[in-house]
Design a protein around this ligand. Sequence first.
Ligand SMILES: [Zn+2]
Length: 347
Amino acid sequence: MAEFTVPRLEKLNSQPEVQKLLKGLLDHPGVQTFLWVGPEGSGKKTYALAMVRSLFCQQGPDCPGCPTCRQVLSKSHPDFFWLERPEGKNEITVESTRELDKKLSNAPFSAPCKVAVIAEADYMNFDSQNAFLKTLEEPPAKSIVILLAEKTGDFLPTVLSRCRQVRFPALPSSTIAGILEKDHGWKKAEAQNAAQEANGNLTMALKLGDESWAQFRDKVCADLDRALQGPDEEWLALVNEYDQWEPDFLEEVERTATQRKSEVLQAALQVYLGLWSRRLSGEVPVPGKLSSLPTGEILECLQKHQDMIPMYLNAKMILDHLFLELREGFKRGELSSRSFMELSVQI
Ligand SMILES: [Zn+2]
């Protein structure tokens, strides 16, 4: 697989609308505080690094990677601050935003401006957002702040009103396939398969080139298909197995049992959704016993349950609920739209 380096902004093309807007801002600076919003894998982090390269680098759009660009990419440039949610933590705390505030208040060291990127800014807790309000309202001269987030619902209205919002739509699968082929050196067929499966998420598509991930996907798809067609004992056993499961793709990162369980289920439903997307497009046949429901409705049901994961925390209950709803649906030939609460009473 080819080594991929984030190029300067001028060379990116996965998000044409965003591209146009940001290039305009490079030519006519003025806005200093941004909120970039879009689903995982839509290119926010890549665009952030690319934009900082373009702001700092003196070598022009074709720069193959001067010392300044390399410092940006390794996030070690003295005028570039990249703040992330710490591994295994569920929030960005007020201490880390205060520290960032302090760093931004000094004049730039060697670049034309200072840039702070807060990745996963939707994990800033309220104290942390409040502490950052003043900076968003009156950013220090020669500084730019970019918040990256998947959704806006967790922000204080005062944060939202102080940032210029830029939307990152999910990437079309043809775009993802093109990026995998051109930038990452994948073979055409592999790139197209992964792009189909990843549902607009480039990060997910890239994972599919990893062997432990591919094994995880194959096992999950086979397991869930079997459990949906088999006797009750089968899915009960599976729910228990998944509740304890630590698949290889989970890196050696410290996480609580609850976090691990919801990560595993999130990933499992993502790959299973990928399989059903390909079934919907007719690319992969639907097993006979699972054909009594419209494929589109099955996809919606899976999506609904995947969306529940961050809200309910109890991964086992969500998997249980999913099986119950689908298995009843297959038997009856229609999906009931009973609410989670109603069904969870029966579990
Ligand atoms: Zn450069």
